[in-house]
Design a protein around this ligand. Structure first.
Ligand code: URA
Length: 198
């Protein structure tokens, strides 16, 4: 097996067995799955969302519900095939009632995201939503540049990963457009920024 595939499989096994996670009991009680991530293990662009929702926990796949439909439209608009990128979340288990992730959940699962980044070594991380933007900007030493997502979306920030330079593009969370279709234009506009990396 390809080394990256093997390392990512180890992460999957560890998350499945993560009894110490604050969300483990909830997962078992509901008979659902953790969502590790999916896509090209050699992807140039990685998308990082917040946490799985109901559909994602039921299937074990990221962004496969309503927010995923919007993400698919956004990817199509810049002719970026979904299977050519890697899609994951910070938190790998669904928080009850889709509440915001707690700081301890971000700490517990962030360690796995850090490892996924170092295995896949993307040139670009597109963050989806505020939690992911804050986590990734801080991780790459850019915390001092953080402002509200409405001030940062669609811009590129350059950070330093263990394996070289990394471009960070904060984007609005696609779920924000589910109830506010008028916002979709802003999402499409921001996605055009990713085209230069394709
Ligand atoms: N929202 C997220 O942040 N991630 C998913 O996988 C689905 C919805």
């Amino acid at each position: 097996m390809d080394n990256r595939t093997e390392l990512l499989r180890q992460i999957k096994d560890e998350v499945i067995a993560l009894e110490s996670s604050p969300l483990y009991a909830e997962r078992v009680k509901n008979g659902v799955f953790p969502v590790i991530g999916e896509g090209d293990h050699y992807a140039k662009i990685m998308f990082v969302g917040e946490a799985p929702g109901k559909n994602e926990a039921a299937s074990g796949r990221p962004f496969c519900g309503a927010a995923g439909k919007i993400l698919d439209q956004l990817l199509t608009s810049i002719e970026l095939p979904r299977q050519s990128v890697y899609i994951t979340n910070i938190v790998k288990d669904r928080p009850p009632f889709n509440r915001d992730p707690l700081p301890e959940e971000i700490v517990a699962y962030g360690l796995f995201l850090d490892r996924q980044i170092n295995i896949i070594q993307p040139k670009v991380i597109a963050t989806l939503g505020r939690y992911s933007m804050v986590y990734i900007m801080e991780k790459f030493g850019l915390g001092a540049l953080l402002k509200s997502i409405s001030q940062m979306h669609g811009q590129t920030f350059v950070g330093k990963a263990d394996y070289g330079e990394i471009n960070i593009v904060p984007l609005y969370h696609p779920a924000a457009a589910i109830y506010n279709r008028a916002d979709l234009d802003k999402h499409f506009e921001d996605f055009k920024m990713l085209k230069k990396f394709v």
